[in-house]
Write a protein that binds this ligand. Structure first.
Ligand SMILES: Cc1cc2nc3c(=O)[nH]c(=O)nc-3n(C[C@H](O)[C@H](O)[C@H](O)COP(=O)(O)O)c2cc1C
Length: 338
């Protein structure tokens, strides 16, 4: 089983992550990790902060000669923006601010924000890159695309840029949806035996764990509208997981992301010291998180798939796992209904 933990605050010194249970013999491709961090950082709709961040990362343990050793992998990412905002008793609606202040007895919403911030997803992306590299070594590839942005139902680079610019001018933000596809996934990952072993439930927990992700589904957007007859004729609609187990087809996942709650013009709030109404202003918010969330999703879902692969095939090194996966693919190829 692969496990991971992260630590660190949005404007602290750095983010720290530990990845445990990861097999030996996977090349830690630093250029790839840097590239994926840049994809997250530079996704459309992000704020000016992202041009200040460069996500310099260090891999502190678990590697020898560029290859993973099977030991826990520790990663550190430095924050460039470290100026902690002034204390504020104004919780921003749509954020963890109010619940977090009440929960931990804090008078400064900033203490909640610092950890609840999606800055932490830079580390989840970095750790997830290891899983993506393992999966790629086993022939599994991820891709994602944004399928809606605000009221746009067909999203192109051009119309997305226009929509984002319009929202920026109106002091508004946007939500949207993305689709995530994994190809080359062997049949038999996950299980129907218990709810918490169903692969869809595991992927859902990982993806709903991304800040702002409010909806998750397995299968094509057409699945629920199709009748049973059509769904039977077109098994690809069910998105590669039936009964909690992969069936050898592409995995298709869909996520809905809420509009970024931080508004430059301020959102209605109440000062928790004085209980007076006031606007909670977010000067540096992103316009939309949907494009960045899609990148993060590729890698957090990859961690879940890599974990399920290790449960099915066992093995402590890529050299041990790979022939098992290949032999299984050969054995099951003829039964897979393409
Ligand atoms: C990559 C990324 C960037 C985000 N940037 C912002 C932001 O700049 N401002 C903001 O208010 N919310 C931002 N969000 C969304 C919030 O983190 C999220 O809405 C908040 O945590 C509450 O959502 P939740 O209820 O799903 O946790 C971002 C989310 C992601 C994934």
């Amino acid at each position: 089983m692969i496990r991971y933990l992260t630590a660190g605050e949005s404007h602290g010194d750095s983010l720290t992550g530990i990845l445990e249970g990861f097999p030996a013999g996977v090349r830690a491709d630093r250029a790839y990790i840097a590239g994926e961090l840049a994809r997250r950082r530079g996704a459309p709709g992000r704020s000016a902060r992202q041009s200040a961040e460069t996500d310099p990362f260090e891999i502190l343990s678990g590697l020898r000669g560029g290859l993973t050793t099977g030991a826990p992998i520790a990663v550190s990412i430095k924050n460039a923006v470290r100026a902690v905002p002034e204390p504020s008793a104004l919780p921003r609606p749509g954020h963890a601010d109010l619940g977090g202040m009440l929960k931990y007895g804090l008078t400064d919403a900033g203490l909640v924000r610092e950890r609840a911030s999606a800055r932490e997803t830079a580390m989840r992306t970095a750790l997830g890159c290891f899983a993506s590299l393992l999966n790629a070594g086993l022939g599994i590839k991820a891709s994602s695309r944004v399928t809606s942005l605000g009221n746009l139902r067909t999203v192109t680079a051009r119309n997305a840029a226009d929509q984002i610019e319009r929202a920026r001018r109106n002091g508004d933000t946007l939500g949207g949806e993305f689709e995530l596809v994994f190809t080359g996934v062997p049949a038999g990952l996950g299980s129907y035996a218990h709810a918490d072993r169903r692969l869809g439930a595991r992927l859902g927990a990982a993806l709903l764990g991304i800040n702002g992700v409010k909806g998750f589904s397995v299968g094509s957007a057409e699945l629920t509208a199709a009748g049973g007859k059509e769904a039977a004729r077109r098994p690809e609609l069910s998105g590669g997981i039936d009964g909690g187990v992969t069936n050898g087809r592409d995995i298709v996942l869909r996520c809905a992301v809420k509009p970024v709650p931080g508004l430059p013009g301020g959102a209605p709030s109440r000062d928790l010291r004085t209980l007076k109404r006031a606007a909670a202003v977010s000067r540096t918010s992103d316009i939309t998180a949907v494009f960045a969330a899609a990148v993060i999703a590729e890698h957090v879902a990859a961690l879940e798939l890599a974990s399920a692969l290790l449960e099915k095939f066992g093995g402590d090194s890529l050299a041990e796992i790979k022939p098992r996966v290949e032999a299984w693919r050969k054995r099951t190829a003829r039964s897979i209904n393409r």
